[in-house]
Design a protein around this ligand. Structure first.
Ligand SMILES: NC(=O)C1=CN([C@@H]2O[C@H](COP(=O)(O)OP(=O)(O)OC[C@H]3O[C@@H](n4cnc5c(N)ncnc54)[C@H](OP(=O)(O)O)[C@@H]3O)[C@@H](O)[C@H]2O)[C@@H](O)CC1
Ligand SMILES: [K+]
Length: 492
């Protein structure tokens, strides 16, 4: 699992380590790894046209030293010096290696042309010292890099992305690869920043022993594979967990069918669907293995999913209060979240695991915040909701975040725009509910479900557009494929 730390903690760890090392040693380590990644990005280093975008600080210094390395190997390296000053040692090293350097603010069109003709663009405009939206000429360079066809390697983080929050104000570099030093930065795993980072490569520069607990952990397939409960030899349906599903209504019967399917395909022992007769019949028609009955918050189940398509009227509120009063894990989604936001039911006193699964709009309502603020500062808001309700909160989005009081926030890395389709959240609720019923703690159930959900969307139709019912077929394939590494996956 990849860990991420705030700028403040990175600076403290860097200070402690630098005190024990000769001057320039850390930057030399950083630049050496950066040069290796850049070289691998090029079909051939000799003769390749490499453009370095260089800002005022050490981020630009890293780019210059890596550029010098590539120039010594025969690349034609040009540094565009955009900052108010330039890292002197890095610039001298580049020039000594035969690289050129000039100021793009004096000849912006020439800069656009050079970037357009590059085989590789290295973004060293700003790193963890960046503040606010990119200023000119940095902003213009970020746009030309995006419009150029060449791959972009970002140094430490894509310039214009806020390291701590993932916030992007105005223009930002869009990288194919980000080489980040010492530890991940939260903004690489939280949207909108995550969408700018491309593949994240961690360069170990020896910061580890000086770093405290991370603020964020990014889970990938392998991490999730090791957490998922597989069926054991001695399992029976009760041991694998009976999930109570209180979803769907006469107005929205589909939610019941989608959620039940999500749970069954994840491998839940049994789904007990509890709801009105016409809806229960629809569930049985599609899933004859489900057991159905009338709504009953006292039903004997190992965990509950409640809310999708259920309605927000008086009986729905009463049912939610009854389910919250049970001593078993509960996942509350959709209409159940509306009822919580209206203070008609409150999960905060529960002792059993509780998982809320809002999208940004629902989270805004739960916190009385503005939706745009939630979208811009997802990490902060998901953490705030977890504290406010004293439980685990999964914030849906192209990168899904999971917060639990007292733990680092988890990011699931398998998000995909394919999931932006009606009913996809109902299937997610079924997947996560199934994992809760199998005994996973809420935090792990949530992050595993998000990762499986993302993979299922891609597996379902080999990356083509899906509708929510396609996810059912994708889930078992996603679970089976989680243990494979990326190379195996690509070969398939
Ligand atoms: N930590 C580690 O362990 C290691 C760190 N290392 C590296 O150091 C990097 C951090 O270096 P850093 O502190 O010099 O800051 P950095 O981001 O290069 O530049 C900040 C300068 O940019 C400017 N500027 C700011 N905002 C701006 C904006 N919106 N738009 C335009 N310009 C803006 C502003 O300067 P100004 O132009 O205003 O004078 C400011 O002073 C780090 O990311 C990593 O790459 C590795 O070498 C070794 C190990
Ligand atoms: K950068």
């Amino acid at each position: 699992m990849r860990r991420a730390h705030t700028v403040e903690t990175v600076r403290a760890a860097e200070g402690a380590l630098m005190a024990r090392l000769p001057d320039g040693a850390l930057m030399a380590r950083a630049a050496a790894t950066l040069a290796v990644v850049c070289a691998r990005t090029l079909p051939r280093v000799y003769g390749a046209r490499v453009v370095l975008l260089v800002g005022s600080g050490d981020n630009g210094g890293d780019a210059l030293y890596a550029g010098a390395d590539l120039a010594r190997r025969g690349a034609r390296v040009s540094a565009l010096l955009a900052g108010s000053k330039t890292h002197e040692g890095g610039l001298a090293a580049l020039r000594a290696a035969g690289g050129r350097a000039w100021r793009p603010d004096e000849e912006p069109e020439r800069a656009d042309r050079e970037i357009g003709a590059a085989d590789l663009v290295v973004d060293g405009l700003v790193g963890i010292g960046g503040r606010g939206g990119l200023r000119p000429p940095h902003a213009r360079l970020a746009v030309s890099a995006r419009e150029a066809g060449a791959p972009v390697v970002a140094v430490d983080l894509p310039s214009g992305v806020d390291a701590d929050t993932g916030r992007v104000e105005g223009e930002a570099v869009r990288a194919d690869t980000t080489v980040c030093f010492g530890t991940g930065k939260p903004g690489l795993f939280v949207d909108p920043g995550a969408g700018h980072a491309g593949r994240v490569v961690l360069a170990d520069i020896g910061l580890g022993p000086d770093l405290p607990e991370p603020v964020l952990e990014a889970f990938d397939d392998g991490d999730v594979a090791s957490l998922l409960p597989g069926p054991g030899r001695d399992d029976d349906k009760y041991r694998r967990g009976v999930l109570g599903v209180a979803a769907g209504s006469e107005a929205y019967p589909g939610a019941a069918v989608l959620c039940t399917g999500g749970a069954l395909r994840t491998g839940t022992g049994m789904v007990r669907y509890l709801g009105a007769e016409p809806v229960a019949s629809r569930v049985l028609d599609r899933w004859p293995e489900a057991v159905v009955g009338r709504a009953d918050p006292g039903a004997r189940v190992a965990a509950w999913v409640i809310g999708p398509g259920r309605g927000t009227d008086g009986p729905a509120a009463e049912e939610l209060r009854g389910v919250f009063a049970s001593g078993v894990p509960v996942l509350a989604d959709a209409d159940a979240l509306t009822l919580v936001a209206r203070e008609e039911a409150d999960p905060s006193g529960r002792e059993a695991p509780t998982l809320l699964t809002p999208h940004a709009g629902e989270l805004a309502r739960l916190l009385g915040a503005d939706r745009a603020d939630v979208e811009a500062r997802r990490l902060e808001h998901v953490g705030r909701a977890a504290e406010r309700f004293g439980c685990t909160v999964l914030l849906k989005g192209s990168t899904t975040l999971v917060a639990t009081p007292g733990r680092p926030v988890a990011a699931a890395t398998a998000g995909t725009p394919l999931l932006a389709t009606a009913g996809s959240g109902d299937v997610l609720a079924g997947i996560a509910g199934s994992l809760l019923a199998a005994g996973l703690p809420a935090h792990e159930a949530a992050v595993c479900a998000a990762q499986v959900h993302g993979r299922a969307a891609v597996e379902a139709r080999q990356g083509a557009a899906i509708s929510a019912t396609d996810l059912w077929d994708g889930i078992p394939r996603a679970v089976a494929g989680l243990g494979e590494d990326n190379d195996q996956r690509r070969r398939r």
